[in-house]
Structures are given as structure tokens and as C-alpha cells.
Design a protein around this ligand. Structure first.
Ligand code: UN1
Length: 487
């Protein structure tokens, strides 16, 4: 098959689309079949400097606009992205593997996020108090932080850039965004939509390239005042150290190891469906994916049997093929990492289904792993504690709620958690006691409405949560004003 270069991802600096300073490029390959789909310009540290300088120059004018005028750019971009959703989703599928239906939902979600934050233009940005000084107006107001550095992952290449860029921009900041190299072409569409909507040069700058090459230059850059990152806990913690050195504000969304508790009174069909979706959608490559399930002993065998059935009936294939429910892993390195971990897992527990690479027919060309269900694992096994970013879930029987909650709280993470029960009091106890930033009762661990806070606790997050009104906390700083108009 002849390989065709079909797309060229350029850097966006000061309103210009340009190659990286060294002329180097990265290849974008379809993880479902290895085809070359395009190239990405690879930024140098000099390009990052140019991007920061452009963001600094654009800052005062952008911050000085009425928020409503800033909102207009977000709304216009949202409409353009909605119109383009089919094509955009197709690109996402071919660039990072997510099945088309999932990709399309995510593309539409990006538009929703832009619109929600456009709406922030008309919501309160401060509070009014009565002052202890007579005649004085005393109020707070939210002001931009300055130049914000944004570092996004490949697993939600439309939604995560949107939920960082949109609040950054609406609250008057300018941005240097580093999009993930495994999904840069998809992420660039948001930048393109904003530029086409007339966004002034320098307000949004995008660099591409490998995190290890330009990441530290961004996180340590003195011209960047705040950093928002989504990715692994290890990288997040190293960003925290460099942000601390520069006394920058920082927002980190990191790993998860999300548990589900299935009580004896649970609707088992709903629980199985939610666990299968939580574990295998996006091939388990979500920080909110379901990794562990604790099932009351009385329902354990039944649950495992049905989950294995669900895993085995999950159609794996290229994300553009009709009926595909699970696509490939994003790249060969991730594939290998997950396979190595599953090989170790097989020595510690019982792999009920999956656990290995799929190589039948066309699947041999991509990074496919079968949906995997594991039982009989020690609670301190790697798969039981560490975030293995693939389609694998472990299940254990538990004697009662206390034991289940204890085990559910047993990792260093605390992002999302779910319980399946019809007992409201049991649900309340779970909500009280579970170590998680997001709690679900009778729904899957993944997913996030745009208008409520999203974020974890413990090693899953640091700093203010994202989305909803929480986003304002990170993307603005408060000023307290005493104003005596009578003097
Ligand atoms: C979702 O569950 O829909 O990187 C969103 C991630 C999370 C986003 C999850 N920050 O997987």
C-alpha cells in the first residue's frame, strides 16, 4: 500500500502557521493499521520562546476586551466545530484510535465546552460586601492570571484542549498550548476554528513535539504564569516541582485507578454494562476508566460470568469499521507497555478473557489488545494498584460494604468511583467514605458533564478542579477593591 501524506500539522505562533525552528517533523500514524496520515511540526525551545513572547504581547489588549467580545470567538468556533464534527471525529479515530461513535460524541462535547465557557461572560466574576468604612464600596473581582501554559494528553484530543483553552481565554488570559504528539492534528482543529473566527494573533499559540524535548522549557519558562496539565501522575509531579521553583500556579489532572462496588442488591445488568463501558471504551485509555470491581460474594460468580460475556462480545477493530466498539491502543510503545504488564498479571491471577494482543487478519496491522477480565489477583498486584492504561479490569469478591470501601480506597489515587445499589443509605455511606473527587451511584466511572467540577483527590489531582465554575478559580486571580466614590 502506498503511504500518502495527507495532513500537515503546523505550529501556531503569533497568528502564523509555521514549521518548527529546526524543520524537524513527527509522523502521525493510524494506530489501527499503521498508515501514515500526516506530519506534525516539531517545536524547538526557541519556538516556545516565540510563542510565550507572542502571548505576552497580546495579553493587555485581550484582557481589556469585554468578556462578551471574547465569548464571541468561542461561540463562533463552537459552531464551526459542530458543523465539522463528522470529519473531525474521523480524523480523531485515524489519529488515536477511538471508535468513530465515541470520537463524534467527544467532538460535540468540545463545542459544548466552548459554549459553556462563552456563557461565563454573563456570570458573576466577583462579590460585593458592605465595608467597615462608611460610603465605601467593597468588592472583589476576578482578573486574568496572564500567560497560561496548557499541556494536554492524546486520549481526549478534542475535549481536554477545549476544557483548558476555553476558560483560559474567556477569563482574559493568553495561552501557549502544547498538544500531545499522538493527537496533534485533532487538537489543532480547535486552534484552526478559533483563528478562523478571527482570534487576534498571539492570544492562542500552539506548539507540538515531544514532551521530553519541550515540556520542561514550558513548565520552567519565566514568561508563563500558570500551568494546567493532564497526564500521568509521574509527569504531573515533576511539573509541580518546576512550577514550585517559579512560584507558578498549577492545576494537575493525573492518573486514576477507579473502583466500582457492586452490592448484593444491585441491578446486575446495569452494573455489568457500566463496568464493561468503563473498562473498555477508548480501550481503557481514560483516567476515569474502571480498573477494579468489588462484588458482594453472593453475586460474584454471576457478575464475572456476565462481564466475561460482555468483554467477549465487544467488537474490536478499526474505529472507522461499522460496529467497532473498541479500537487499538494509541501507539506501539503503549501497546508493549500494557502487554508487558498483562504478562506479569497472568502470573499473579486468573485471566478470564483477553490478556493478549489480537493479530487475526487486519488486526495484525494495528495495536489491538482483547478486552481483559482478571480475577484472583492479590490486592497489591500491579494491575490492582497501578494505572495500566489499557482495556483491563480486575474483579474481587467482598463480604460486606466496609471491606469493599476499604479496598476501594486502597490505592494512591482518588479520581472517580461508583457503587451499584438500590439502598440509598448504602449509597450515602459510600459518598461519605470514598476517596474520590467524582462519585457515581448506578453509573459508570467515566464521563463528565461540562458545567460541574471535574477532578480528583490524593495522587489524582492537584490545584483547583477543572470545568464548571471551578475553572474560574484557576484561570483568574482575585483583586479586592475599596472604592469611596464620595471623596
Ligand atoms: C471522561 O471520562 O469523559 O484524561 C473524561 C482523562 C480525563 C478525562 C476523562 N482527564 O481521561
Amino acid at each position: 500500500m502506498t503511504e500518502q501524506r495527507i495532513l500537515e500539522g503546523k505550529l501556531l505562533i503569533d497568528g502564523d502557521w509555521r514549521a518548527g525552528g529546526s524543520g524537524a517533523e513527527l509522523e502521525a500514524r493510524d494506530p489501527g493499521n499503521g498508515d501514515l496520515i500526516g506530519t506534525l511540526a516539531r517545536a524547538t525551545t526557541g519556538d516556545v520562546d516565540d510563542a510565550v513572547a507572542a502571548a505576552e504581547r497580546a495579553r493587555a489588549e485581550w484582557a481589556g476586551l469585554a468578556a462578551n467580545d471574547r465569548a464571541n470567538y468561542l461561540s463562533a468556533a463552537a459552531s464551526a466545530l459542530d458543523d465539522d464534527a463528522d470529519d473531525w471525529a474521523k480524523l480523531m479515530t485515524t489519529e488515536m484510535g477511538k471508535p468513530f461513535a465515541e470520537a463524534k460524541v467527544e467532538c460535540l462535547r468540545a463545542g459544548k465546552i466552548l459554549r459553556f465557557f462563552a456563557g461565563e461572560a454573563h456570570r458573576p466574576v466577583g462579590e460585593h460586601y458592605s465595608s467597615d468604612i462608611a460610603q465605601t464600596w467593597l468588592f472583589t473581582r476576578r482578573e486574568p492570571v496572564g500567560v497560561v501554559g496548557i499541556i494536554t494528553p492524546w486520549n481526549f484530543p478534542a475535549a481536554i484542549p477545549a476544557w483548558k483553552l476555553a476558560p483560559a481565554l474567556i477569563f482574559g488570559n493568553t495561552v501557549v498550548a502544547k498538544l500531545a504528539e499522538d493527537a496533534g492534528l485533532t487538537g489543532l482543529r480547535i486552534a484552526r476554528a478559533l483563528v478562523d473566527a478571527g482570534l487576534p494573533p498571539g492570544v492562542l499559540n500552539v506548539v507540538l513535539g515531544s514532551g521530553s524535548e519541550i515540556g520542561p522549557h514550558i513548565t520552567e519558562h519565566p514568561g508563563i504564569h500558570a500551568l494546567s496539565f493532564t497526564g500521568s501522575t509521574e509527569v504531573g509531579h515533576s511539573i509541580l516541582v518546576s512550577a514550585a521553583k517559579g512560584a507558578k500556579r498549577v492545576q494537575l489532572e493525573m492518573g486514576g485507578h477507579n473502583p466500582v462496588i457492586v452490592r448484593s442488591d444491585a441491578d446486575l445488568d446495569a452494573a455489568v454494562a457500566a463496568v464493561a463501558l468503563g473498562a473498555f471504551a477508548s480501550a481503557g485509555q481514560k483516567c476515569t476508566a474502571t480498573r477494579r470491581v468489588y462484588v458482594h460474594s453472593s453475586r460474584y460468580e454471576d457478575f464475572v460470568e456476565r462481564l466475561v460475556e460482555a468483554a467477549e462480545s465487544t467488537k474490536v477493530g478499526h474505529g472507522l469499521d461499522e460496529g467497532t466498539k473498541m479500537g487499538p491502543l494509541v501507539n506501539e510503545a503503549q501497546l508493549q507497555k500494557v502487554l508487558d504488564s498483562l504478562e506479569r498479571t497472568a502470573k499473579e491471577g486468573t485471566v478470564r478473557t483477553g490478556g493478549s494482543r489480537l493479530t487475526e487478519g487486519e488486526l495484525a496491522r494495528g495495536n489491538y489488545i482483547g478486552p481483559t477480565v482478571v480475577t484472583d489477583l492479590p490486592h497489591d498486584a500491579e494491575l490492582a494498584c497501578e494505572e495500566v492504561f489499557g482495556p483491563a479490569v480486575a474483579v474481587w469478591p467482598v463480604a460486606n460494604d466496609d471491606a469493599a470501601i476499604d479496598l476501594a480506597n486502597g490505592t494512591r489515587y482518588g479520581l472517580s468511583a461508583a457503587i451499584f445499589t438500590r439502598d440509598l443509605n448504602a449509597a450515602r455511606t459510600f459518598i461519605d467514605q470514598i476517596k474520590a473527587g467524582i462519585v457515581h451511584v448506578n453509573s459508570q466511572t467515566a464521563g463528565a458533564d461540562v458545567h460541574v467540577p471535574f477532578g480528583g483527590t490524593a495522587s489524582s489531582a492537584y490545584g483547583p478542579h477543572e470545568q464548571g465554575r471551578s475553572a474560574m478559580e484557576f484561570y483568574t486571580q482575585e483583586k479586592t477593591v475599596y472604592l469611596d466614590p464620595s471623596a
